[in-house]
Design a protein around this ligand. Structure first.
Ligand SMILES: Cc1cc2nc3c(=O)[nH]c(=O)nc-3n(C[C@H](O)[C@H](O)[C@H](O)COP(=O)(O)OP(=O)(O)OC[C@H]3O[C@@H](n4cnc5c(N)ncnc54)[C@H](O)[C@@H]3O)c2cc1C
Length: 395
């Protein structure tokens, strides 16, 4: 009996792989010409946006290992994250792990026992307020450490981000190696999506691109998928599409954009990753294939174009390259730049209990997708966990 997986993002890929490796006949339907969804390579091979993982993302890293792609994810900054404060020019190396803060040279600005206490209080049950409110008494620590962490992990500005959701993240960052940062050395295509597709095919799964499912209709004990009988379905579409296919399903309504700039600067050299404070850029990834800027929770920037964003971003990148001695040629004029706006990159993680849709809302149907995993913010890790949980529910 064939299981139809709808959606070839990370959740669908993880679900399809689990089903195929369990010996089930699997057909994966992906609406677009390529897989990966919100974590994909564009037609020219550029990633839609920089994706970083940390050691705490154990399901994502295990998935990469399972498809033979783990070695493609490298640790660009093992000695602490370089962070440039564009307001005062301070160039620091900040440890993401509290254990690293024993060394004065790796501490975030404004760190104090009281500020740490405020961070720890977020983890107390029953308290869910905007992060900026919880950290208001510690503005230096908030600006230099908490705010960048919040937009990076929740893709929501601190003024509206849920302290309880941040606490979910913080609780996971305490283990050994949990804060080690990884990025795809070549890109999401060769280092995640292509190996995942190959692994599904090797396990006997079939993949259909340009296969947009238009309707799901319950029929007896099974379903009609675009009118054709389908006994079992793993639905791994984004929230708005899941709600269209299953009217009445409660899904997140508010989303936050991520704006990405990709500069055509191809040069051999090490992979580097730099954080910014007081700047347009939040993160910059330097790879031999190009230089990519991430602007998470970029509500304002989503309304701008490359003509205004690229020169500002490139100016900040030049300052960071000088401050941290990033090798290679750094032309004064911004190289050609590609702008990618992901307007619905993730749900907004605001205070209030996260949605927890049923994994199996009806016989023969299981739900997956980053938004269906209430224990984590919407990330690759949540997507993998949800896909594998949906596969288990069908098995
Ligand atoms: C720019 C950007 C940067 C990010 N950075 C990070 C990061 O650093 N770390 C991290 O962990 N996460 C990051 N994320 C979040 C991460 O990409 C997502 O959480 C994850 O990819 C979601 O996967 P998914 O499978 O749940 O959903 P999606 O990726 O949305 O996949 C759903 C798939 O379903 C397909 N589909 C839709 N409708 C249909 C239909 N009717 N029929 C068939 N197919 C359909 C879509 O084309 C898509 O391929 C980032 C996201 C963006 C956009």
């Amino acid at each position: 009996m064939t299981i139809h997986v709808v959606g070839g993002g990370v959740a669908g890929l993880a679900g399809a792989l689990a089903l195929a490796r369990a010996g089930r006949a699997v057909v994966l339907h992906e609406a677009s010409p390529g897989a990966g969804g919100r974590a994909r390579a564009l037609a020219d091979g550029t990633d839609n946006g920089t994706h970083a993982l940390v050691g705490a993302n154990t399901a994502a890293l295990a998935f990469l290992r399972a498809v033979g792609a783990r070695d493609g994810w490298v640790e660009p900054e093992p000695d602490g994250l370089p962070v440039l404060d564009c307001a005062d020019g301070a160039a620091r190396r900040i440890s993401l792990s509290p254990f690293g803060w024993v060394s004065a040279g790796h501490r975030p600005p404004g760190l104090s026992l009281a500020a740490l206490g405020a961070l720890a209080r977020m983890a107390l049950p029953g308290r869910d307020v905007p992060v900026a409110q919880a950290m208001a008494a510690y503005p230096v620590f908030q600006r230099g450490f908490v705010d960048p962490l919040v937009v990076a992990t929740l893709n929501t500005p601190s003024a509206e981000a849920s302290s309880a959701r941040l606490a979910q993240v913080l609780r996971r960052l305490g283990g050994p190696g949990a804060t080690r940062l990884y990025v795809a050395e070549r890109g999401l295509g060769p280092d995640m999506v292509d190996p995942a597709l190959a692994a599904i095919r090797a396990a006997g799964g079939e993949i259909r691109f340009n296969s947009r499912i238009r309707s799901l209709t319950a029929q007896g004990d099974g379903w009609l998928l675009d009118g054709a009988p389908a006994a079992q379905i793993l639905l791994a579409t984004p929230p708005w599409e899941s709600a269209r296919l299953l009217p009445g399903l409660a899904v997140p309504q508010a989303h936050a954009p991520i704006v990405n700039l990709h500069f055509a600067r191809s040069q051999p050299g090490p992979v580097r990753f730099v954080g910014f404070v007081g700047a347009l850029c939040q993160w910059v990834l330097v790879r031999p294939s190009g230089v990519s800027v991430t602007i998470s929770a970029g509500d304002a920037e989503a309304g701008e174009d490359a003509a205004t964003l690229a020169p500002r971003a490139w100016g900040e990148i030049l300052r960071a390259a000088a401050a941290f001695g990033i090798p290679g040629e750094w032309p004064i004029r911004a190289p050609e730049c590609r702008l990618v706006k992901e307007r619905r990159a993730t749900p907004r993680h605001t205070p209030g209990p996260p949605l927890a849709p049923p994994r199996r809302p009806a016989p023969g149907l299981a739900l997956a997708g980053d938004w269906t995993w209430p224990h984590l913010p919407a990330t690759i890790d949540a997507a993998v966990r949800s896909g594998e949980a949906a596969a288990r529910a069908l098995l």
